[in-house]
Design a protein. Structure first.
Length: 402
């Protein structure tokens, strides 16, 4: 893997920002928006609610002036987790909401109780039906809210509902992921009064109304991380552009631990690998700025080729090890139990018929296939399309024949 690449827009930033457009009346313009299936599904839901949407290249135009429907039931609703962020935004604008239960990848239980508890403290009342979730709020009011876990989705939902609520909301135990800061920046451009994003305590002072805004979606830190691990596995050399270094957390340090040469500035990163990568004795997934669960599968694939033993503990989602069986088919030596995986490196990966069972695991299998001898056939690519705009074209730009 060798070359230079402009990394696509961020899935995890774009989706809550799209939900936030429902809070204001006007024409929104989003630049560098990723054209991935999850975004297309979200746009179906916005259209279902009465919005008009239009693409011009990678510029997305969303007209929310005719929003009229608090019920969203488009086919995309049950296909992705981010449907749940519409709870906060539609409640904030229309004071009632009805959505199907959210879908997405099968990587664990992912309960939404933290979302509902936070919104209830703002004044919402929810009713659970067999396949739908409906909520009402005569008046949304400020509150002191404490999250038991720094859930990204729950933090987003509280932010979205609180910006138009009466009074002040203080959210304690908030998620600190870069996508939270991006959402808060976007809301501020719309006229919201939000402070403290990027820290565990966020203060939101409700305003009377919000207006349309223009925004540039940052590059996707998980896509960037995937390709950086691919470079490590293939002894490659890549430079990724338009990727905020602050979004990568401790990933550059981890790559150096694995033996890579790393250079970086504010909005780019360069990685070169001249040798077999080294093992990592212990890695644990954690909320930002810890190592992201979304990159755990790509790290596991890379460590399967490393010299020595590595140990990964998964603390975010209990079903993140679905890739283990598929990597074993390719010759990896991995044993796993519940939230722990032990990787005996030095594997000579070989081509095999494997299946992507979720988004991030599917992308990691593609990276493993680059390092494997022979041909690998990967089914389930629809999962990968949820978060990677055109992975084939990206790989071609990085010198890979696909």
């Amino acid at each position: 893997m060798q070359g230079e690449l402009l990394v696509q827009g961020s899935k995890n930033a774009a989706l809550p920002i799209l939900a936030a457009t429902l809070l204001g009346k006007g024409i929104f313009i989003l630049h560098h928006c990723p054209r991935i299936s999850d975004v297309e599904h979200m746009l179906e839901l916005l259209e279902d609610a009465g919005c008009r949407v239009r693409w011009e290249g990678h510029m997305l135009i969303v007209d929310t002036r005719e929003l009229c429907n608090y019920r969203v039931s488009g086919t995309g609703a049950g296909k992705m987790r981010s449907t749940v962020t519409l709870l906060g935004s539609i409640l904030g604008r229309m004071h009632q909401v009805e959505i199907p239960y959210p879908g997405g990848c099968t990587i664990g239980k992912r309960p939404i109780d933290l979302h509902l508890r936070g919104l209830e403290q703002l004044g919402a009342v929810f009713e659970h039906q067999e396949h739908t979730l409906s909520g009402k709020a005569q008046i949304l009011h400020g509150a002191q809210i404490y999250l038991d876990f720094p859930s990204v989705g729950a933090t987003e939902n509280v932010l979205l509902a609180a910006v138009l609520a009466e009074g002040t909301t203080v959210l304690h135990g908030a998620a600190m992921e870069p996508e939270i800061v991006e959402l808060a920046d976007f809301l501020r451009k719309m006229g919201a009064d939000v402070h403290g994003d990027g820290t565990p305590v966020i203060t939101i002072r409700g305003v009377k109304k919000l207006h349309a805004a223009e925004y540039i979606v940052p590059s996707d830190r998980i896509v960037a991380g995937t390709y950086l691990f691919g470079a490590v596995m293939t002894m490659g050399e890549v430079r990724l552009l338009h990727i905020p270094l602050s979004h990568l957390g401790k990933l550059p340090e981890l790559l150096e631990q694995m033996g890579a040469v790393v250079e970086a500035e504010e909005d780019w990163i360069y990685v070169r690998m001249d040798r077999q990568c080294r093992s990592i004795p212990y890695v644990v997934t954690a909320p930002f700025p810890g190592f992201p669960t979304d990159l755990q599968s790509a790290l596991m694939a890379a460590l399967s080729t490393a010299s020595g033993m590595s140990f990964i503990e998964e603390k975010i989602f209990e079903a993140r090890f679905q890739i283990v069986e598929e990597l074993r088919k390719m010759g990896a030596s991995i044993s796993s139990e519940e939230s722990f995986a032990l990787i005996d490196g030095d594997a000579r990966l070989h081509g095999a018929r494997v299946e992507a069972k979720e988004l991030r695991g599917g992308a990691a299998l593609i990276m493993a296939a680059l390092a494997a001898e022979g041909e690998t056939c990967i089914s389930g690519m629809e999962y990968v399309c949820r978060g990677y705009e055109n992975i084939n074209e990206d790989l071609k730009n990085l010198g890979i024949m696909v």
